[in-house]
Design a protein around this ligand. Structure first.
Ligand SMILES: NC(=O)c1ccc[n+]([C@@H]2O[C@H](COP(=O)([O-])OP(=O)(O)OC[C@H]3O[C@@H](n4cnc5c(N)ncnc54)[C@H](OP(=O)(O)O)[C@@H]3O)[C@@H](O)[C@H]2O)c1
Length: 534
């Protein structure tokens, strides 16, 4: 049994820490744990139990207005353990949160609860004991609500990290199209001086650039590999993409500043932001989307890799918070991932980083009461970004029922979330999570409903159920074709209707469907997955 409790017992205000202490704290609650587990992993068998104690607020930071989350590094720890749990599946990993007051005043009771968690194996991963009752964290579907509507004008400036390419670039373009706001984009890649000319090149022109790179590398090195050529060539095509995005924003009539800088580099970011503000004004909205992922299991992951993946999000968030502390912020959005919410094998660093962001947002909520702080927990996007570039994820997600979010759907969801200010601090944006959420960890358990991926609720009532059908996932549709085109058989509609009914009214032995008519066949054209709703 491992009980990790070295970090509890004091209240830390992360936002008040000077940079060196903040870095030290981040190290202790992320990398240090990684080093520890990496070291023991080949020396001992996986422990039967691993218990991580936290003292956030006695409710895992979900006590609503009473939560006073002040140390998001505990979020990193939670994300780390949730990922370890998915990697060491033979260890029973739990995270238990007690308020500091309870730890100090009712220590014996706390220990009894901890011992009970060691001895028994109850359901739940994130656990709290408010008023002595054992509570576990579950997700639920919730309709969007607005306590206040936010809109953006030319007095607003969005600061978007990681917004040069990927999903944040798509969102920047959509924001620029919709709002007459100003933009500061922070991304890693410096744009070459001749970027204007490069952006005009056609395919033949680009091919010539690739050959030039090849020739130069041959003159410089004994052996030239495709990886070496691609590295340089990809930087050029990425720079062109960033340049084109910037031009599109300008064509919408918006002001935009591009900062080529590592979001972790405090001094560089500080001076670049000061310079940018002269043109586009003070920052009123932060979207922290910079991120990297390198999926490796614990034994193949290096400390350096862990550090890099974790720090882009965590150190980046710290820098943004400090560098914008005097800006009139009305929005702070973080791009988090389902890996941080549920943990994921081979992503100890990425899960820790994203879970850190979830708690960073909670902290902002309490420290800067007038801003709309929200953590957008994305599942995979289609056609663009980290998840789509990952061959393994692309192939596996369909089978797992983790359906990709279309670009236009992601943009629409983003707009909805930033425009509707409410007390929600964490939203999961997805199209089916069954492969990720274990039975019992969702209020609307869908594991017994294989024809339903997700539901939408209104006032706690299910009003819609969605299911993505694909030939890879559903033999039912693969084996049922009209000519060559897969077509959903009538029995599938009927089953879907039954599952929907059973979900709302409880399971029955028999069902009768009356007055069924089939207006249109549901076909998968070009073998592409297609979503159906009821
Ligand atoms: N796409 C998805 O399906 C998905 C799902 C869940 C969460 N997310 C999150 O959403 C965010 C955007 O993801 P994406 O898919 O659009 O990724 P992406 O295509 O890789 O774009 C991320 C951008 O951030 C930049 N970046 C990386 N490290 C940076 C640093 N230290 N400072 C400044 N910029 C940095 C990257 O530059 P380089 O290319 O040079 O590294 C890249 O341009 C990430 O935080 C990701 O974790 C995405």
């Amino acid at each position: 049994v491992i009980i990790d409790s070295s970090h509890i017992g004091t209240t830390i205000h992360f936002d008040e820490l000077p940079p060196d202490q903040a870095q030290q704290l981040l190290f202790m609650n992320s990398e240090a744990r990684f080093i520890f587990y990496k070291n023991i992993s080949n020396k001992i068998n996986h422990p039967t139990k691993i218990i991580c104690l936290t003292s956030i607020d006695g409710g895992m930071g979900y006590n609503g207005a009473d939560s006073n989350v002040s140390d998001p590094s505990l979020g990193a720890l939670i994300g780390f353990y949730k990922a370890l749990r998915k990697e060491w599946v033979d260890s029973d990993v739990k995270i238990i949160d007690f308020s500091l007051k309870v730890i100090l005043e009712e220590f014996d009771t706390v220990m009894q609860n901890v011992i009970a968690e060691i001895v028994h194996s109850g359901m739940g991963v994130e656990i709290a004991y408010p008023n002595g009752m054992r509570m576990i964290l579950k997700i639920d579907e919730k309709e969007i609500r607005a306590d206040q509507k936010l809109t953006f004008s030319n007095n607003d400036t969005f600061l978007i990290t990681g917004g040069g390419t990927g999903i944040a670039a798509q969102i920047s373009l959509a924001l620029a199209q919709k709002y007459p706001a100003n933009f500061i984009i922070v991304d890693l890649l410096p744009l070459p001086e001749n970027i204007g000319a490069l952006a005009l090149l056609d395919e033949a022109g680009l091919e010539k650039i690739r050959q030039d790179i090849h020739e130069r590398l041959k003159a410089e090195h004994k052996k030239v590999t495709p990886v070496m050529i691609n590295r340089e060539f990809d930087a050029i095509t990425k720079a062109i993409e960033i340049h084109r995005n910037i031009e599109t924003v300008k064509n919408f009539g918006r002001k935009i500043e591009y900062i080529a800088c590592d979001v972790r580099d405090f001094e560089n970011l500080k001076s670049s932001l000061n310079e940018a503000r002269k043109n586009v004004g003070q920052v009123t909205a932060i979207v922290h989307a910079a991120g990297i992922d390198k999926s490796h299991f614990l034994d193949q992951k290096s400390v350096e890799e862990f550090h890099n993946v974790f720090s882009v999000k965590a150190q980046g968030a710290y820098n943004l918070m400090h560098l914008c502390q005097d800006d009139p912020l009305k929005l702070a959005g973080a791009f988090s991932s389902i890996s941080g919410r549920f943990g994921n094998a081979a992503q100890l660093d990425y899960s820790a980083a994203n879970s850190f962001l979830n708690y960073w947002v909670k902290m902002l909520h309490h420290r800067r009461k007038n801003i709309h702080a929200i953590s957008l927990i994305w599942s995979g996007w289609k056609d663009v970004g980290i998840a789509w570039r990952n061959e393994f994820v692309r192939q596996k997600s369909e089978e797992m029922g983790l359906n990709f979010i279309e670009v236009n759907e992601g943009i629409a969801a983003f707009m909805q979330e930033i425009e509707n200010k409410n007390s929600d601090q964490e939203v999961i944006l997805h199209k089916g999570l069954n492969g990720f959420v274990e039975p019992g960890l969702s209020i609307t358990g869908l594991h017994d409903y294989p024809l339903i991926d997700r539901v939408i609720k209104e006032e706690n009532k299910i009003i819609r159920a969605n299911r993505m059908f694909s030939v890879n996932r559903d033999a039912l549709i693969d084996q049922h074709r009209l000519g060559k085109t897969p077509i959903l058989p009538a029995v599938a509609y009927s089953e879907l209707a039954v599952e929907y009914y059973a979900l709302q009214a409880g399971k029955k032995d028999h069902y009768a469907l009356r007055d069924l008519t089939f207006a249109n066949a549901f076909k998968l054209f070009h073998e592409q997955p297609r979503e159906l709703f009821i």
